[in-house]
Design a protein around this ligand. Structure first.
Ligand SMILES: *[C@@H]1O[C@H](CO)[C@@H](O)[C@H](O)[C@H]1NC(C)=O
Ligand SMILES: *[C@@H]1O[C@H](CO)[C@@H](O)[C@H](O)[C@H]1NC(C)=O
Ligand SMILES: *[C@@H]1O[C@H](CO)[C@@H](O)[C@H](O)[C@H]1NC(C)=O
Ligand SMILES: *[C@@H]1O[C@H](CO)[C@@H](O)[C@H](O)[C@H]1NC(C)=O
Length: 470
């Protein structure tokens, strides 16, 4: 049971005796509890985003598939090699594989030999994330579950011979309080039916009818995802994919209709415009407040979403950079979806595990200023650079998160207006209230505690709790 669901449940329990006693209320109550959506963007876009998503703030993205076998260059390996014939990829194949070796031949080499979903779940829990999104099928078309519509191009018939989606779903739900989400690529680079449809300018709809739609229904019914992360429209419009028809089913009939969140990648032109929350582009981080809920999906390896064996330490974002991404994103109303790529063996490389655990260490101290927060009237300080604000209006608290501990020991904030006798300032993880000096309507100067290195509550960024400021 997740605490965020309890208010809703409690309300439903209260509503029942009320309905029995007061039949006159029935139509109104029914209208709110069984809202139906039409297969139009106007109707679907009016669905309120389930509240758990905005409260969660931080999720982990996992890119895993047959591209993890060459684990070279990018998860777009197949496309860059076969279609674009980029020399880096052509040479890699020439140097390492016999002539005639096809991408499909990587399938049996995808062993996932050391894959232990419980171990992954424990690491994900330790990261402080509140949801996880796994690629169930990337543009290569290989499904990580035993799709009935995939021929043998899936993890149950080929490679691991295991239902990866199911194993992770069970471990996440049994061992953690994370929500379980699924990524699904609508199109497939080289699927013959998609290519035929494409050559008809998408007048033919063989691929969505026989592959993509049946797989989406199967995924939702079997694994009951709480996030459905659609991607890869292949240049086709939403009516080719029947995205609105599918989403109306998802919101009205599906087993996750009350809880599922979706993104905005449902056909050419729908991104940043239609669907659930907005992703707008990869690594989207606008630096200002958006009126619509959004997500910054980004990856720890600066150059790839899938695992790359040739990556050096400088290719990975540092923990300082990752914490900053999280803070900026949340201050501007977004969620951070931070990606790593497992190896073909099913291991999480030590560098990714360290980054995940470091995020969790930071959130253990500073999570109060991240989870379940709202944006504030200012997203960042206008005088002191790199100070970001979040808030909890119900507690009359503003959080100021900063990344540079000032040498003077004094931090000036021009945005919060303090009031004598009411305002209290604390450092998360420290305890004692801090001294401050008000500059009236021009801000506040906070005297930070004099802590030596070992007394610091955390590294990489610190959070001030400002109670009763305006
Ligand atoms: C899988 O991981 C869990 C959690 O770390 C551990 O308890 C279990 O022994 C592991 N299973 C195997 C087969 O290694
Ligand atoms: C959940 O975990 C418990 C204890 O670790 C185990 O006994 C049980 O079989 C697991 N349930 C599932 C569905 O895996
Ligand atoms: C689109 O999906 C809906 C809901 O499943 C279905 O009723 C409708 O027939 C579909 N339309 C097309 C053109 O595939
Ligand atoms: C912070 O706020 C100021 C003024 O509102 C703005 O000009 C600046 O670009 C913002 N961003 C950063 C990173 O400081």
């Amino acid at each position: 049971m997740r605490s965020s669901e309890q208010p809703q449940l409690a309300r439903r329990r209260l509503a029942l005796p009320l309905l029995l006693l007061l039949p006159a209320l029935l139509p109104r109550c029914r209208a709110t509890s069984t809202q139906r959506y039409d297969p139009t963007w106007e109707s679907l876009d009016s669905r309120p985003l389930p509240a758990w998503f905005d409260r969660a703030k931080f999720g982990i993205f996992i890119h895993w598939g047959v591209f993890s076998v060459p684990s070279f260059g990018s998860e777009w390996f197949w496309w860059y090699w076969l279609k674009e014939k980029r020399s880096k990829f052509v040479d890699f194949m020439k140097d390492n594989y016999p002539p005639g070796f096809k991408y499909e031949d990587f399938g049996p080499l995808f062993t996932a030999y050391f894959f232990n979903a419980s171990q992954w779940a424990d690491i994900l829990q330790a990261s402080g994330a509140k949801y996880v999104v796994l690629t169930t099928k990337h543009h290569e078309g290989f499904t990580l579950w035993g799709s009935e519509y995939s021929w043998n191009w899936n993890a149950v018939d080929e490679g691991p011979k295991r239902d990866i989606v199911k194993e992770l779903a069970v471990a996440i739900r049994n061992r953690t309080d994370l929500r379980f989400g699924l990524y699904y690529s609508l199109f497939e680079w080289f699927h013959p039916l998609f290519l035929e449809d494409e050559s008809s300018s998408f007048k033919m709809r063989q691929f969505p009818v026989s592959k993509m739609l049946p797989e989406l229904y199967e995924l939702v019914n079997k694994y009951k995802p709480e996030v459905l992360w659609s991607d890869g429209d292949g240049g086709a419009p939403d009516h080719y994919w029947n995205s609105t028809g599918f989403l109306a089913w998802l919101y009205n009939e599906s087993p996750v209709r009350n809880i599922v969140v979706t993104n905005d990648r449902w056909g050419a032109g729908s991104i940043c415009k239609h669907g659930g929350y907005y992703t707008c582009s990869d690594r989207y981080n606008p630096g200002h407040l958006l009126p619509h809920k959004w997500e910054n999906c980004m990856t720890i390896d600066k150059f790839s979403w899938g695992y790359r064996r040739e990556a050096g330490i400088g290719d990975y974002l540092t923990i300082e950079e990752l914490v900053k991404q999280l803070v900026e994103t949340v201050a501007c109303g977004g969620n951070l979806l931070m990606n790593f790529g497992p190896t073909l063996d099913g291991t999480i490389s030590a560098v990714f595990e360290e980054r995940l655990r470091q995020m969790g260490t930071w959130l253990k101290v500073n999570g109060e200023g991240i989870y379940e927060t709202r944006t504030w009237r200012s997203q960042n300080d206008t005088i002191t650079p790199d100070v970001w604000y979040t808030s909890k209006p119900e507690k009359k608290v503003v959080y100021a998160i900063f990344f540079k501990w000032p040498i003077s020991g004094k931090l000036f904030l021009d945005q919060p207006i303090a009031s004598l006798g009411a305002t209290e300032v604390k450092l998360l993880g420290h305890g004692q209230p801090l001294t401050w000096i008000s500059s009236g309507s021009n801000g506040i100067t906070v005297e930070l505690p004099q802590l030596n290195f070992h007394q610091m509550p955390c590294r990489w960024g610190w959070t001030l709790t400002l109670s009763n400021v305006t």
